[in-house]
Design a protein around this ligand. Structure first.
Ligand code: C2E
Ligand code: CA
Ligand code: CA
Ligand code: CA
Length: 275
């Protein structure tokens, strides 16, 4: 503990101090990551379950830090969300994903993760529209992945953004389905096009009857609500077989492909990269 001001004791252990400093440094570095060209997108295929044929890709943000190396999204996304830099990072992701996908040889879909923090922006749909227009990507090829957390803070504002996105022709996907507080309620009150069965259920599929029942129920739910359903986190042939047996139309996971830099597209023009 060190003295600060008029005898106030500050209960920061030296190690805590170091953590706070590292965190501040990361917040600072994140704000500069795009203009320093440290960010890039990795794309993971999504396949039609029955055939294994690729139907689209999910864009996943990567950050290569000069000293820390590749920082996992699980580490830097929360920092970017709390410090607000996710707004600028997220815009870069949308710009880059639309630009890259527009250059693909085949008109496959591209799914982009959008943070709950971005859903607090009243102009989110206008940002998406701008990315579509500048890239020339057909709107129906873009899917926006959101978690339930995005819906909670201001449901009316988010509903309005959903309506605007749908009017553009963009698809909306509920990510990590089944892990939130009221997934069923959310499905009923927001116009989703697709649900992604969380990988925790898929990981438990082999030998776990309960997980299998959950997957079966979600697939049935998708069918009756007319929603596309994806099973994420497929790592084994056995998991693949089980989701096919349950009639889940789409699948994603290391079994079909790891997230990789797209080799199908030209480099981003510097102007777009710095946007
Ligand atoms: P997510 O959206 O649920 O993405 C799926 C994560 O699971 C990815 O991790 C992916 O690499 C990983 N994954 C794919 N297949 C498998 C599999 O078969 N087994 C296992 N165990 N994992 C698999 P990643 O790329 O590390 O991203 C982690 C999370 O970070 C994402 O989870 C998403 O919430 C967030 N994230 C990534 N990129 C972005 C972005 O551009 N914007 C925002 N807001 N969040 C992002
Ligand atoms: Ca996702
Ligand atoms: Ca997910
Ligand atoms: Ca997740």
């Amino acid at each position: 503990a060190k003295q600060s001001g008029r005898g106030n004791v500050c209960f920061f252990a030296p190690s805590m101090d170091r953590e706070v400093r590292a965190r501040r440094q990361m917040e600072h570095d994140l704000r500069l990551a795009v203009q320093r060209h440290q960010t890039f997108l990795a794309y993971q295929p999504m396949v039609a379950s029955a055939s294994g044929e690729i139907v689209g890709y999910e864009a996943l943000l990567r950050w290569r830090h000069p000293e820390l190396g590749e920082v996992p999204p699980e580490v830097f996304i929360p920092v970017a969300e709390e410090s607000g830099s996710i707004v600028q990072l997220g815009e870069w992701v949308l710009t880059a994903a639309c630009h890259e996908a527009a250059g693909w040889a085949e008109p496959l879909t591209v799914a982009v993760n959008v943070s709950p923090v971005q859903f607090q922006l009243p102009n989110l749909a206008a940002i998406v529209e701008g990315c579509l227009r500048r890239s020339g990507l057909a709107p129906h090829r873009l899917q926006i992945e959101v978690t339930e957390a995005a819906l909670m803070r201001d449901p009316e504002a988010v509903r309005s953004i959903f309506r605007q996105l749908k009017a553009l022709g963009v698809g909306i996907v509920m990510d990590d389905f089944g892990t939130g507080y009221s997934s069923l309620n959310s499905l009923q009150s927001f116009p989703f096009d697709k649900i992604k069965i969380d990988k925790s259920f898929i990981g438990a599929l082999e030998g776990d009857e309960a997980a299998r029942s959950v997957v079966k129920a979600i697939v049935g739910l998708g069918r009756s609500l007319n929603l596309a359903v994806v099973a994420e986190g497929i790592e084994t042939e056995a998991q693949w077989r089980l989701v096919v047996e349950e009639g889940c139309p789409e699948a994603q996971g290391y079994l079909f492909g790891f997230p990789e830099v797209s080799r199908l597209t030209p480099e981003l023009p510097p102007a777009a990269a710095a946007a």
